[in-house]
Design a protein around this ligand. Structure first.
Ligand SMILES: NC(=O)c1ccc[n+]([C@@H]2O[C@H](COP(=O)([O-])OP(=O)(O)OC[C@H]3O[C@@H](n4cnc5c(N)ncnc54)[C@H](OP(=O)(O)O)[C@@H]3O)[C@@H](O)[C@H]2O)c1
Length: 249
């Protein structure tokens, strides 16, 4: 309409853009017409070649406060891949920098797994508890990941007064998109029993969360919308939309 100015496109920062989840998020964000700033380690910049000229890249460690300060400047949303690498507080450093430097009011969406619990009300299947025990045992010997650091990173996010969402992924698999995952507030909800999500759809949920205020201060546990447990819950129809499919409180 003459005289009417188009709204500027949303600007989003993707922290951990070169990883598998990160690259899917870049694709979803560009498909929505968003302006994208990606943060990744300098050695991984080449993994973003397919987006050359379409995204801005800030190379550096994601827990480098100066890197994050520059990358999130002017962004309306920040999508952060929280990964518990090494023994140097990588997750907490990354999360804290995003919390400290994102502009007030920006939408902050963080990724993690079902093992993160916000209120202790999650009920985990025995297989998942065993997996965590084994992972902790292995990483005591070979300390390549620090699960407790990711737990602490999420605790800081939950305690912050920013506009956060912490998306908790089930076990992941590759493959074509099946659509937006289904979510519940608590692991243990029967809708989540299948414990499978396509990684591309995890990314879709992260990007979708940017524009859903009903997800502010939620930590949705997600599962693929075409898994048997999601379909059973929806009476055999693939569920649609971001509304939670079930609550256990
Ligand atoms: N894998 C699963 O089954 C699973 C299940 C549930 C939830 N999740 C969650 O999903 C998210 C993505 O996980 P993903 O498994 O799919 O992996 P991913 O997307 O490939 O992400 C791994 C990230 O870690 C970075 N990285 C790799 N080695 C590193 C190092 N030595 N030091 C610092 N950074 C390093 C990668 O950056 P480079 O590109 O620079 O290597 C990349 O950004 C995480 O939040 C995870 O907690 C995963």
């Amino acid at each position: 309409m003459p005289g009417k100015r188009a709204m500027p496109a949303m600007k989003v920062c993707i922290v951990g853009a070169s990883g598998k989840l990160g690259r899917y998020m870049v694709r979803h964000a560009l498909a929505r017409g968003y302006r994208v700033v990606g943060v990744c380690r300098a050695r991984s910049v080449g993994k973003l070649d397919e987006f050359k000229g379409r995204i801005e890249i800030v190379p550096g460690a994601t827990n480098d406060r100066d890197v994050i300060r520059r990358a999130v400047a002017g962004c309306d949303g920040v999508l952060t891949v929280l990964f518990p690498w090494g023994r140097h507080h990588y997750s907490t450093g990354t999360a804290q920098a995003v919390l400290d430097f994102a502009r007030p009011g920006a939408r902050l969406v963080f990724s993690c797994g079902w093992h993160i619990t916000r209120d202790g009300q999650d009920v985990y299947p025995p297989s998942l508890k065993t997996e965590e025990r084994v992972a902790r045992w292995i990483t005591r010997i070979v300390p390549f990941v620090d699960i407790d650091d990711q737990i602490e990173a999420c605790r800081r996010v939950f305690a912050s007064d920013t506009r956060w969402t912490v998306v908790r992924g089930s076990d992941l698999e590759e493959g074509e998109s099946e659509g937006l995952p289904v979510w519940s507030r608590h692991v243990g909800d029967p809708v989540l029993t299948s414990n499978r999500t396509r990684r591309v759809d995890f990314a879709l949920f992260m990007v979708e969360a940017l524009t859903h205020d009903e997800l502010v201060h939620e930590s949705p546990a997600i599962v693929g919308c075409r898994t048997s447990s999601a379909l059973a819950h929806a009476g055999g129809m693939a569920p649609q939309g971001i509304a939670p499919r079930a609550h256990r409180g």
